[in-house]
Design a protein around this ligand. Sequence first.
Ligand code: PRT
Ligand code: MG
Length: 225
Amino acid sequence: MSPASLERPLTLALSKGRIFDETMPLLAAAGIQVPENPETSRKLILPTSSPNLQLIIVRATDVPTYVQYGAADFGIAGKDVLVEHAAEHPGGLYQPIDLNIARCRLCVAVPVGFDYEAAVRQGSRLRIATKYVRAAREHFARKGVYVDIIKLYGSMELAPLVGLADAIVDLVSTGSTLKANKLVAVEDIAEISSRLIVNQASLKTRASALQPLIDAFARASSQDE
Ligand code: PRT
Ligand code: MG
């Protein structure tokens, strides 16, 4: 029954970098500005021009956790992150829209000169380095390829260069990181973009504040298609 102005502000969880940068135009379309930049500010809670909305800045992989536990009402995360999160924490996150931002592809990549098709045909067991364990495991299971998955937390491109793995499963956008490390993408696993995710309790109890923002994001993201 309390008026909206007395309620705590809605909290949107974002990671800094490309997701923050590509979310700013969506917020602007909803009439909201963010005066501080997380690259230069050390604050982890950022106010916005709306007294009803604040941002929290967390690691990309932590966004679903903050939203699932209700520490943030909603958040923005890549499909790559959501697939891995769902493997460990099934259910609990409502995904109303694909925002079509931070787009890239999840790919299999190998050193230039490595004959991936021949290795697959011959039924060789492949060592795959990746941060995307679940997506990689499912991909190779579907293909019927035996793999040993080696979990890494970053710089996957290094693994085949130093003999840790035969191939990697990683995100590719421009392709320049692969090229710089003499790797080549040999297979696409999935198209990736970032999604709005909403805490299920917030969706019910704070619908009147949330729904206009969800609608504004949906309108703004479908305009760029
Ligand atoms: O970087 P950090 O370790 O802090 O965290 P993060 O990598 O989880 O976050 P961030 O901000 O880098 O990525 C957030 C989200 O952006 C990811 O979850 C993806 O959904 C999406 N995204 C889009 C990307 C890329 N494009 C991308 N190119 N995430 C990572 N990359 C990396 C990729 O892993 C590779 O190392 O960029 C490199 C390749 O880029 P190109 O342009 O050289 O092909
Ligand atoms: Mg990164």
